[in-house]
Design a protein around this ligand. Structure first.
Ligand code: PLP
Length: 386
């Protein structure tokens, strides 16, 4: 063979020799998949293109399916893409979505812009509405109920089993954004939900450095719609990213136990602080939604909010800027603590939260809780004098 042919074909047979077995799956990069023979062209059960997912994707999908109790898991390039992709997979023009008012703000933006443009309308309900109340809003056009528990920033809990049961009886699909519980501390599918969505970017990744989302289902009809959408829309995720998510998943249980323990220490400390009116953390006895959390969840993650004594938005800014260990960031789920003011994000809501003071959300990381408390203490003191 001549030089250029040797450059292209040299060592190729070597790459296909049996791989040594490592703890993690091989990171198999590839767009083209080489089919073994001509007969394989007619066999649609085989992976025939890299977009369908290779070794690391398959390992991640299998692990997520086991965790969620799902028969089918679709991966998306981000958590938001998992939400928007799921909605696109199931709705058609003329359909209506009922969504909890406290859904992740970009979920709402997608419904109100892209879906509205495609002839799909969305109505929002008060997030702690009972199952009967939610289903009383349904019309023959209602295709899907979009839930998120606890709700973003205000941590409202929904009666998921009740809503799932009532929706199923009416032939309405249900989906839950399950990011807070990371697929581990709450099992939507076991509670009758059709599609459990999460941003793996948060606790599964765990290090604030990779984007991905998943949609898991045990409902064959929903699985068919999700698979078709995956094929038709061309969504794909990188094999390296799938590997990182699987790596994060291995320590998810251990990290979440520490996030919960730290968050509970801080929730109790905040509860007794003179500048704090209320702590919004469903795992905390007496907090809003605690009874539902106790009934349906097996644990809590490290994301909570608190209501400060009345103060100006400038005082909230003073609090945020006074923090030294808590970063200022919209995301959460990583090893590091973060804070973000809630109120500027409430403007789009149909049911304005009324807590009697500003809402501040904290992601409690894996630092020593004593140090986090000292940091919060001096920042709350600065808040009180601002
Ligand atoms: C962050 C987040 C998402 C979106 O995830 P990305 O991976 O950042 O796109 C969805 N839902 C909730 C509740 C989130 O916090």
């Amino acid at each position: 063979m001549k030089r250029d042919t040797r450059l292209i074909h040299g060592s190729r047979h070597k790459a296909s020799t049996k791989l040594a077995e490592t703890v993690g799956p091989p990171i198999q990069r590839g767009s083209t998949v080489l089919l073994p023979n001509a007969a394989a062209i007619h066999d649609y059960s085989q992976i025939s293109y890299g977009r369908q997912g290779l070794a690391s994707h398959q390992a991640l999908v299998a692990a997520l399916a086991e965790m969620e109790g799902a028969s089918d898991v679709s991966l998306f390039p981000s958590g938001l893409a998992a939400i928007t992709g799921t909605l696109l997979a199931v709705v058609k023009a003329g359909d209506e979505i009922l969504a909890a008012d406290s859904v992740y703000r970009p979920t709402r933006r997608f419904c109100d812009t892209v879906l509205a443009r495609l002839g799909v309308s969305t109505r929002y309900f008060e997030p702690s509405l009972s199952a009967e109340g939610v289903l009383a809003l349904a019309t023959p056009a209602t295709r899907l109920i979009m839930l998120e528990t606890p709700g973003s920033l205000t941590m409202d809990m929904q009666d998921i089993p009740g809503i799932a049961r009532a929706a199923r009886a009416r032939g309405v699909l249900t989906a839950v954004d399950n990011t807070w519980a990371a697929g581990l501390l709450f099992k939507p599918l076991a509670h009758g939900i059709d599609i459990s969505i999460q941003s793996l970017t948060k606790y599964v990744g765990g290090h604030s450095d990779v984007f991905m989302g998943s949609a898991a289902t045990a409902n064959p009809a929903a699985a068919k719609l999700l698979d078709a959408a995956q094929l038709e829309m061309g969504w794909a995720v990188a094999p390296d990213d799938a590997y990182f998510m699987l790596r994060g998943l291995r320590t998810l249980g251990t990290r979440l136990e520490r996030h919960e323990a730290n968050a509970m220490i801080i929730a109790r400390w905040l509860e007794s602080h003179g500048n704090v009116l209320q702590v919004l953390y469903p795992a905390l006895p007496g907090a809003p939604g605690h009874d539902i959390w106790k009934r349906d969840f097996s644990g809590a993650s490290g994301l909570l909010s608190f209501v400060a004594r009345p103060g100006s938005s400038a005082a909230v800014d003073t609090f945020i800027d006074a923090l030294r260990l808590f970063g200022l960031g919209y995301s959460w789920g990583g090893f590091e603590s973060l804070a973000i003011p809630g109120d500027p994000q409430f403007a789009c809501r149909g049911f304005q939260p009324r807590f009697g003071g500003p809402v501040i959300r904290l992601q409690i990381g894996l630092e020593d809780p004593d140090d986090l408390i000292s940091d919060l203490d001096q920042a709350l003191a600065a808040y009180a004098t601002a």
